[in-house]
Design a protein around this ligand. Structure first.
Ligand code: G6P
Length: 610
């Protein structure tokens, strides 16, 4: 991951670069830096351990004038977070580079370069790139050619931004496997890992494709594809507003994003449901014909998106009566999976750039699937571009590292998929019409559910001092319990685990005592009575229960059992409804603990490395 920004302009660029980094901080935030070419042709560099705010403070004390520069916010892969490992990396005070990705053959290159007399100042895989570019420049190549020669030596993934003292009119960029966009201004051009970074300066973008090399001057942009042919890539206008990525009156982005869910869900449904059925055309003109043939579905994803897949399995089996398996992408890609006949491959990802999910998709395209479908929040992402079918979630930009609205909109998209498949496979018209009705009321249902916020803020006190928490659920709510546990550990650093409640007696019951809070997801469904027996097992051992139940659940609040009531909802959408208290609980516990809610330690939002 990591975020990169670059600018070549008529005006000073340092502040533009730092603002761009601030907007990319979700990609990594352990160190940051920038390099700017001064008017006199000197390469100035500033790097700090820590966040972009620290870099901004250092820059205020030592301004860096200049109209050409590159900048970087890092998520460490090779080499600890430190100033010396922070980007940009430079070679012999001549050229500078920012890099996102991983160079797999860096050790070989490092050995060769060391023998050739290069001195290494970091432990990064990146440094070999700038030495290789330097060598090509010294062999009298132009900067663009030098970067092209260098990329031919690299194995792995990269998005690069490069500047050179001898080429003050030129910013060079390249991408393979890591995202990179070009922002078009008037007599100024920019590069960045993602669109929001550049929204303060432009809304016109070119999305580079894998293997592309780009040369930006103040007045021109030239692009060559992997085969070395000069190409024109389409210019797209972003409809995102500059403040779509601002926090507004909320204390944290995560809090804002939790409360945006009713709207995000409404937008994801927009134009996709008719009066009494799901509009299959929403998946693309050929989707109906595809869905009619599907006999099996494989869902592949990472992190929170994987949990969305686990919920969807229940929907796909019960509504479409189709075999469904859910796989963690980093495992799937290294297995030799058996692909059943007439199988649909579905990848789920908020970013569409997660390296493991992308690799799984690429493998699937070789594996005889009937088709590939991406459920994704980013229209221009690699995952969307490389899949035959797409259903975009419309959550809008999600900045908090812990995913919230991206998750619930994925659930909506997956429920639409289950219904569309069911439509082709004998789902009754009444059931489909009922589901559509329930979906239509979903945004209001979520709005009502969010009213529990104040109760959860108060409840959070009970968790602040705890070291561990157990989450329980049954059926599809087990996946929601898993998501609740993931949210809590991600942002509050409290160890949390989720179990299907029926598994308690096979081990985790041994952990139960008064120090172990047990959070239970208890909608009023067919498994409720079974779940209640599991709760008795906990109570009998002195465990502290915190039960989220809907209005209709007959459950008394007693000593050791705290019951939190949610408005009654239809079974079908319970996973969405019960996700909200899980998110709010994690949020309030973390806010009380004072952890960095939006940028938890060691994590990043977009994981574009293996
Ligand atoms: C990271 C993020 C998670 C996300 C996961 C998968 O770990 O912090 O929030 O669920 O990546 O990302 P994707 O973009 O593929 O959904």
């Amino acid at each position: 991951m990591c975020g990169i920004v670059g600018a070549i302009a008529q005006r000073p660029v340092a502040d533009i670069l730092v603002e761009g980094l601030r907007r990319l901080e979700y990609r990594g935030y352990d160190s940051a830096g920038l390099a700017v070419l001064s008017e006199s042709g000197k390469l100035q560099r500033l790097r700090c351990l820590g966040k972009v705010a620290t870099l901004a403070e250092a820059l205020a004390d030592a301004p860096m004038p200049g109209t050409l520069g590159i900048a970087h916010t890092r998520w460490a892969t090779h080499g600890e977070p430190s100033q010396r490992n922070a980007h940009p990396h430079i070679c012999r005070e001549r050229c500078a580079l920012v890099h996102n990705g991983i160079i797999e053959n860096h050790e070989n290159l490092r050995e060769l370069q060391r023998d050739a007399g290069h001195r290494f100042t970091s432990e990064t895989d990146t440094e070999v790139i700038i030495h290789a570019i330097h060598d090509a420049l010294e062999a009298r190549h132009q900067l663009t050619d030098a970067v092209r020669i260098c990329t031919q030596l690299l194995h792995g993934a990269y998005a690069l931004g490069v500047i050179d003292r001898a080429h003050p009119e030129c910013l060079v960029a390249a991408r393979l496997g890591s995202p990179l966009v070009i922002g078009l201004g008037f007599q100024e051009h920019f590069i960045a890992s993602d669109v929001p970074a550049l929204l303060p300066v432009t809304n016109r973008f070119i999305f580079l494709e894998d293997g592309d090399l780009a040369e930006l001057s103040r007045t021109s942009v030239r692009i060559w594809n992997a085969a070395g042919e000069e190409v024109q890539r389409p210019v797209r206008t972003s409809t995102l507003s500059v403040d779509a990525t601002e926090r507004g009156a909320y204390r944290h982005f995560m809090q804002k994003e939790i409360f945006e869910q009713p709207r995000a869900v409404a937008e994801t449904l927009e134009g996709r449901i008719g009066t009494d059925q799901v509009l299959s055309a929403a998946f693309g003109p050929e989707a109906e014909a595809l869905f009619a043939q599907v006999q099996s579905v494989t869902l592949v994803a990472c992190g929170t998106s994987y949990h969305a897949g686990l919920v969807a399995k229940y929907w796909i089996e019960s509504l479409a009566k189709v075999h469904c398996q859910v796989e963690v992408a980093s495992e799937y890609r290294y297995r030799q999976p058996i692909v059943l006949d007439q199988s649909l491959f579905v990848s789920i990802s908020q970013s569409g750039e997660t390296a493991d999910t992308l690799a799984a998709l690429r493998m699937a395209t070789q594996n005889g699937y009937l088709g590939t479908l991406a459920i994704c929040n980013v229209a221009e992402s690699s995952l969307v571009r490389e899949s035959q079918f797409q259903l975009l979630t419309r959550a809008g930009p999600e900045i908090g590292v812990a995913s919230t609205k991206a998750f619930t909109t994925q659930l909506v998209a997956l429920l639409l998929l289950a219904l569309a498949l069911g439509h082709q496979r004998g789902l009754s018209a009444e059931r489909e019409a009922h589901a559509v009705q329930v979906l239509r009321a979903l945004p209001t249902q979520l709005e009502r559910t969010l009213a529990i916020d104040a109760d959860i803020a108060e409840l959070a006190q009970a968790f602040v001092e705890k070291g561990h928490t157990l989450f329980l659920g049954r059926g599809e709510q087990h996946a929601i319990a898993m998501e609740g546990a993931l949210k809590l550990k991600e942002i509050s650093y409290i160890h949390a685990e989720a179990y299907p409640a029926g598994e308690l007696k096979h081990g985790p019951l041994a952990l139960i005592d008064e120090d172990m809070p047990v959070v239970v997801v208890a909608p009023n469904n067919a498994l409720l009575e079974k779940l209640k027996s599991n709760l008795e097992e906990v109570r009998a051992r002195g465990g502290q229960l915190f039960v989220f139940a809907d209005d209709q659940v007959a459950l008394q609040q007693t000593e050791g059992v705290r019951v939190l009531r949610l408005p009654e909802s239809d079974d079908l959408i319970d996973p969405l409804v019960f996700s909200l208290p899980m998110q709010l609980l994690a949020y309030h516990v973390a806010a009380l603990k004072g952890t960095d809610v939006d940028q938890p330690r060691n994590l990043a939002k977009s994981v574009t490395v293996e």
